[in-house]
Design a binder for this molecule. Structure first.
Ligand code: SF4
Length: 334
């Protein structure tokens, strides 16, 4: 695998203010810590999975990378460029290289545009192809790559099924020849039978076009199918980053272990005991001191209640934020 870093996220935080009584204009009384000091690197050509339960901050991380949301602090480097320092004009051009596929294809497609115009838009906006005839040919070529016919692209989005709409979303993302595609739960709104078709399509397109993927999902089976490396998030923080095979064979962080134990096994002989977590996920507006997982962790020690474990690279290359794997213990007392 090519190990050139395409994207680097450093100490990224995104806090949303809570105002008194939930009323706009009132004094800020607290913050929802949606993303709380997250750092990771994504290499050129890989599929990097971001997994975790709903509300763990994975989608917010994707939106901050795309600058659809401004970060509270921290930096995002794309090809070595700090995205916080680029001008609006430069950012518009960078959007050609960073595209997104949304969870709900219907909501993300303009209902008043024919599919051919939806695919055409990035080609024209980024001046990728010139001349009416060339644009028409390119639109048809992209449509064909995602399995849409010339006849189908004359229609409007509402005339398609969920799986076909997602194909339109993929075609639109593909049109600008991006270097990075962030797919935010791209198949979770689809029927199970359609999910594998769309995943196979994404796998084939990545092989053909060589772009890098950040694949955000709550579904560990989907991520296993699709990703090379996986980062597990809990309550706005990364708890483990590992190669897919290492993680699925032997998850090390206690939260990863619980999460993976919940995946249904096709072979009953391989059935492992499911780890049932007690208690609810704490509120991101009032996270626990120390390790965010300590109120639910079966291995919690005194130090876990006081000191937040930092993500630390292990000898085998995976990174874990847990005191069980940190002999030195972080000095950052929360
Ligand atoms: Fe459990 Fe402590 Fe590790 Fe947190 S740091 S996961 S509480 S053992």
């Amino acid at each position: 695998m090519n190990r050139n870093v395409l994207l680097e996220v450093k100490n990224l935080k995104k806090y949303f203010p809570i105002r008194g009584g939930g009323i706009v204009g009132k004094k800020i009384t607290n913050h929802v810590r949606a993303v709380d000091d997250v750092s990771f690197q994504v290499y050129e050509g890989e599929s990097f999975g971001v997994v975790g339960e709903s509300g763990c901050g994975k989608s917010t991380t994707g939106r901050v990378i795309l600058r659809l949301l401004d970060p509270t602090s921290g930096t995002v480097y794309f090809q070595g460029k700090n995205l916080a320092e680029v001008s609006e004009k430069e950012m518009r051009m960078l959007r050609k290289d960073i595209q997104i596929i949304f969870q709900d294809p219907f909501a993300s497609l303009n209902p008043r545009m024919r599919v051919k115009h939806i695919i055409e838009e990035p080609l024209v906006n980024f001046n990728i192809v010139q001349g009416k005839e060339n644009i028409r040919k390119k639109v048809e070529e992209i449509a064909e790559q995602v399995g849409l016919t010339k006849k189908q692209i004359e229609r409007y989005p509402h005339e398609f099924s969920g799986g076909q709409r997602q194909r339109i979303g993929i075609a639109r993302a593909l049109a600008s020849k991006p270097k990075l595609i962030i797919a935010d739960e791209p198949v979770s709104a689809l029927d199970v039978s359609i999910q594998s078709q769309v995943l196979n399509l994404l796998t084939r397109l990545q092989k053909e076009h060589g772009f890098t993927f950040i694949f955000i999902s709550h579904d560990l089976s989907v991520v296993k199918h699709f990703c090379d490396r996986i980062c597990v998030m809990y309550l706005g923080q990364i708890v483990e980053v590992a190669n897919k095979n290492d993680l699925y064979k032997e998850p090390l962080h206690p939260y990863s272990q619980a999460l993976l134990s919940a995946i249904p096994k096709p072979d009953p002989k391989l059935k492992k005991e499911r780890i049932i977590l007690t208690g609810d996920v704490p509120s991101p507006s009032n996270p626990p001191s120390g390790c965010p997982f300590h109120p639910r962790c079966a291995f919690a020690m005194d130090v876990c209640r006081k000191i937040r474990p930092r993500l630390k690279e292990q000898d085998d290359g995976r990174s874990i934020a847990c005191h069980l794997y940190d002999s030195e213990l972080s000095q950052n007392v929360i």
